[in-house]
Design a protein around this ligand. Sequence first.
Ligand code: CP
Ligand code: NVA
Length: 317
Amino acid sequence: MRHFINLSDYTGEELLNILDLADDLKARLKRGIREPLFPRRTLAMIFEKQSLRTRVSFDCAMTHLGGSAMYLSGAEIGFGQRETWKEFASVLSEMVDLVMVRAKHHQDVVSLAKYSSIPVINGLTDFSHPCQAMADIMTFRELLKEKTGSANLVGKTLAWVGDGNNVAFSLAEICGLMGIRFTMGTPDGYRFTPEMTDYLAHHVPNLNMTVYENPADAVKGASVVYTDVWVSMGQEDLKEQKEKDLRPYQVNEELMANCPDAWFMHCLPARHNLEVTEGVLESPQCKIFQQAGNRLHAQKAILAALMREQDADGWAN
Ligand code: CP
Ligand code: NVA
């Protein structure tokens, strides 16, 4: 039984297969087809942090697949507080088919998975955001296909500008697995933590990553320029310092002039005129809503892949 906690628990080919399925499900939905491929399955969604996209996309995904999702506030169920991980995970495993969790601490998701006999999906932690990266690569493939006729990602460049956070980490991980070059325009002090760097070195040895002090160097030759908030959820006490230090790493029209053919991406929510200007958000290069919409299709494919593995006959039902 497999979880969806780290992208590198999968091969690049396996992830591409999931994205092929996401493309297929998206095309079907456009024709109004919501096939109940896995009827009456249930997903528990645990949130220790706020969410719009992750919550709504997983809930809709389960409904489209013929099942349902329940929202569980981490505080209300005493996530990591009220009982041991073994008790918590064993009880959930008796009742629901899958669990998705957005946790403050990555280790809590790992602890939950250790005792779960149902698949656990990482819906964002302080360390990573794999479901977001899947939707982003789905979007990248769509854009490439539309522009060039080929969705081949190998050798393309995705440039990250700003804080080396959870979203950046998952993008680096997926780029390494898919042969995409990953550049970072990030100042000293905001690059990947030693834990992230070690993880990538061990689990994604083929990652082609270059870190630049100057964001203009990072975006040259890039197909995608990506940024995220400077202050992630839970880092509010660092707000003043981070906004000061990362100010030169704003994605603005001047920076985008270094890569006039690049698409702009952001996982959202965005802080207008901090990490990205209103002008870039309103430009034709900006693909944020396509990305957000693809959360639904990517999530649906991840769920379907996990349920298909869980139940050998499920896919044919
Ligand atoms: N991008 C993303 O995960 O959005 P939410 O925090 O709204 O789920
Ligand atoms: N880096 C952000 C992503 C939100 C989707 C955070 O962790 O708050």
